[in-house]
Design a protein around this ligand. Structure first.
Ligand SMILES: Cc1ncc(COP(=O)(O)O)c(C=O)c1O
Length: 510
């Protein structure tokens, strides 16, 4: 069953209505779209709707798609039910038509070279399809499916009731920074004073500010791949050069210290580590971090940005080690953490940085010009979250137990599938699965599957399963599945993927 016609719409673009694509058209339309997503921003209209192609078999108008839009959004021709299967493609905006010719509205090279987050684009697309009644199984978003624990939410509500709704200190309320210091001491063995903590609007902001604060133009930022999508782009925003070090699935996607050593130069300024990892779920064992630390110690200019946002979502016997706690690493490590993942607080936008005082002060200066302090309401909620006990206490342990059950189910299921390679994740809520044995295959009514984007689109188009292509994370052999969703949904997803792979095996040997 093929999916959809989609309405692409923008105030800035002239829409060309194109009626009723035949099923293969969706693939033809979206493969170029997805491949060139980097130049897109997406906006989802509240009235989003996508209609099923097969409901309108009598329209025969030809498709002529111009893959030129700089911006796309999905919108509805809704009238009660979805009433039209219109597909619109945008012609490139003609500035002369919309703006006085004397105005130069061109974008800066910095923004033009920035890639959109494919995870967000695909999540938006899947959400839009769901809103339109297409039963998409959504495995793309990196967001807990749990609600924010009640006690945390209540603290936010109380903050509003108590009128705690004004600007907070730029660095964060003292109560929260003190709570973070206690957490870092008790859980991570790290001694920080409140003036070494900067609370931000999410860990993403903490990461960007850290990169901007320490990197100069031309510096190299060392990023092991697969990597979280924003690291490379944040390095580029700082006019630094991302240096990608691939890792292997057979090494559980962990950085080989010897390879790291061979890549370091006098330009190397920042190594970004993420453990537990998004997208692989890998957790760096302490012994490996110690080996890495010995290499780093030989490079006086090299700092480490340690993204520990999935710290609490970890499956025993794996344990978390904070990089800053390793011998001689305290002074050169910037530790980033946040509330989004462990405490299911993605929408509260709360994260933090801990590190040397002058770097934290520099980041604070940046933040003061960009956003000011994080939401005062969220900060009160953050205090409640840290009050739940070690590693979030029973509340977080319950969620981790559910993630673990889902991981076990998925690992078992994918291990039984022919031609599929996995490394068992030890943390986070992602599975990074190598489907490359299926590249070169062909699906009837879809076409050639030769990379992670085309495979992800095949899953979405033909089986309504939304996943993220691995090339977004710097590894085109894999697909990322998020298991931050119920076991029931995961069972359906596994069945669909199993069915999706079946016909491909006839066209390629796996
Ligand atoms: C590895 C990693 N770091 C940082 C973040 C950003 O988290 P926040 O919601 O706190 O900005 C994410 C979110 O997906 C992530 O996966």
């Amino acid at each position: 069953m093929s999916l959809i016609g989609m309405v692409l719409h923008s105030n800035f673009f002239r829409s060309i209505a194109l009626l009723t694509p035949t099923p293969p058209t969706f693939s033809r339309l979206y493969i170029p779209l997805l491949k060139s997503l980097d130049s897109f921003t997406t906006r989802t209209s509240s009235a989003a709707a996508i209609s099923r192609v097969q409901q309108y078999p009598d329209s025969k108008k030809p498709i002529s798609f111009q893959p030129l839009p700089l911006s796309l959004s999905y919108c509805s021709r809704k009238s009660g039910k979805v009433s039209s299967s219109t597909v619109c493609a945008m012609s490139k905006p003609n500035d002369a038509e919309t703006l006085p010719s004397s105005v130069d509205t061109s974008l800066s090279p910095r923004v033009k070279s920035l890639k959109s987050s494919k995870t967000m684009v695909i999540s938006d697309l899947a959400a839009t399809l769901v809103q339109s009644g297409v039963p998409v199984v959504r495995l793309a978003a990196g967001e807990p499916d749990f609600d924010t624990p009640k006690i945390i939410a209540e603290a936010g509500i109380n903050a509003i009731r108590d009128g705690f709704t004004r600007y907070s200190l730029n660095a964060g309320i003292t109560e929260l920074r003190e709570a973070i210091c206690r957490k870092l001491k008790e859980e991570n063995g790290l001694s920080y004073a409140p003036d070494q903590i900067l609370v931000s609007n999410g860990a993403k902001q903490s990461l960007l500010q850290a990169v901007l604060a320490v990197c100069s133009p031309g510096d190299e930022v060392i990023i092991p791949a697969p990597y979280w999508v924003s690291y490379t782009e944040q390095a580029r925003l700082a006019d630094a050069t991302p240096v990608i070090i691939p890792t292997k699935i057979s090494d559980n996607f962990l950085l080989d210290p010897k390879v790291l050593e061979s890549k370091l130069t006098e330009k190397s300024r920042l190594l970004i580590l993420c453990s537990p990892s998004n997208p692989t779920g890998s957790v760096y064992p302490k012994s490996l971090l110690e080996e890495i630390a010995l290499i780093i110690a030989k490079h006086p200019r090299l700092m480490v940005l340690s993204d520990e946002i999935y710290e609490h979502i970890i499956y025993a016997p794996a344990t978390h080690t904070s990089f800053a706690s390793l011998p001689d690493m305290y002074d050169r490590t910037l530790t980033v953490n946040g509330f989004s993942k462990a405490f299911a607080m993605t929408g509260w936008r709360l994260g933090y940085l801990a590190g040397p005082k002058h770097i934290v002060a520099a980041c604070s200066k940046l933040q003061g010009q960009v956003s000011s302090g994080a939401s005062s309401i969220s900060q009160k909620a953050g205090v409640a979250a840290l009050g739940l006990g070690k590693a979030g206490g029973e509340t977080v342990a319950e969620m981790v137990k559910a993630y673990r059950e889902r991981r076990d189910f998925l690992v078992k299921s994918f291990r039984e599938m022919e031609g599929v390679k996995i490394s068992e994740p030890q943390g986070a809520f992602y599975l990074f699965i190598d489907f490359s044995a299926y590249y070169g295959s062909e699906a009837e009514g879809f076409g050639l599957i030769n990379d992670s984007s085309s495979l992800a689109l095949y899953f979405l188009d033909k089986f309504q399963v939304a996943v993220v292509p691995g090339d977004a994370f710097g590894d085109d052999s894999c697909i990322r599945i998020s298991y931050a969703t119920s076991l029931d949904v995961l069972r359906v997803a596994v069945e669909k993927i199993r069915k999706a792979l079946e016909p491909l095996r006839a066209t390629v040997s796996v």
